[in-house]
Design a binder for this molecule. Structure first.
Ligand code: C5J
Length: 226
């Protein structure tokens, strides 16, 4: 664990990181979003657009493991009986397969199915926290807040997909609960590149209304120097 705090270059301005109270959070890097045949593709998206985030996330994950930073992975998905899936979510839009339907990676967005799992490149290691969430935000109907408070975590380095949906929703929830969120731009991605940019712009606007935006390179450099 880096012993001294770091000043991280970020937008809208530099932000201090106390490594002992900081966690790496990787949101929904699941096969259902990143691979063909999953939830993302059933909604009509080009899933290859999310691939750019995998390499930078992998570097962040390796560095966090090396220095002993807490790591939290999240997965969006539902119970097999769909008891935690609101009808309004299941019935939304005109996907080729709906949540719970059988697809090439098992039932779409259902816990325990191959598609619900995290991509092999970013697979959680033993001891890392995995939060299963039914919503877009990682704090809704989960134990995340209690787990973070129990570990004294106050700052989140946020990675994952998609920038404007689950990353933004989680950052807003975290901000309201008093956490400092630093979103790593190259570790996030969207099916809509313009939404990725807009999602980051919304976080750092107005003096950082929801948090900060930085990059994996800046964090890795700060870690090395600390
Ligand atoms: C979506 C997510 N996009 N993880 N989920 O439905 O962003």
């Amino acid at each position: 664990m880096p012993s001294k705090a770091s000043m991280l270059p970020a937008e809208p301005g530099p932000v201090e990181i106390d490594w002992g109270t900081t966690a790496l959070m990787i949101i929904d890097m699941q096969r259902d979003f990143l691979e063909p045949g999953g939830f993302g593709e059933t909604l009509g998206n080009d899933v290859s657009l999310l691939a750019s985030a995998v390499g930078p996330c992998r570097k962040m994950l390796a560095a966090a493991r090396e220095v002993g930073l807490a790591v939290i992975h999240t997965r969006e998905g539902h119970q097999p009986d769909l008891s935690d899936a609101p009808r309004a979510k299941i019935e939304r839009g005109a996907p080729s397969l709906r949540i719970g339907d059988p697809g090439p990676m098992g039932r779409i967005l259902i816990r325990g199915e191959p598609g619900h799992d995290i991509v092999p490149e970013l697979y959680p290691a033993a001891g890392e926290i995995v939060i299963d969430k039914p919503g877009k935000g990682a704090f809704y109907a989960t134990e995340l807040d209690a787990l973070l408070r129990a570990r004294g975590i106050g700052t989140l380095l946020v990675c994952g997909v998609t920038t404007e949906v689950c990353v933004n929703t989680t950052v807003r929830e975290a901000n309201d609960r008093g956490y400092r969120c630093i979103v790593l731009a190259d570790c996030c991605a969207s099916y809509f590149p313009a939404f990725h940019e807009a999602g980051l712009a919304m976080i750092k606007a107005q003096g950082g209304i929801f948090g900060w935006v930085s990059t994996s390179a800046a964090v890795l450099d700060a870690m090395r120097r600390a």
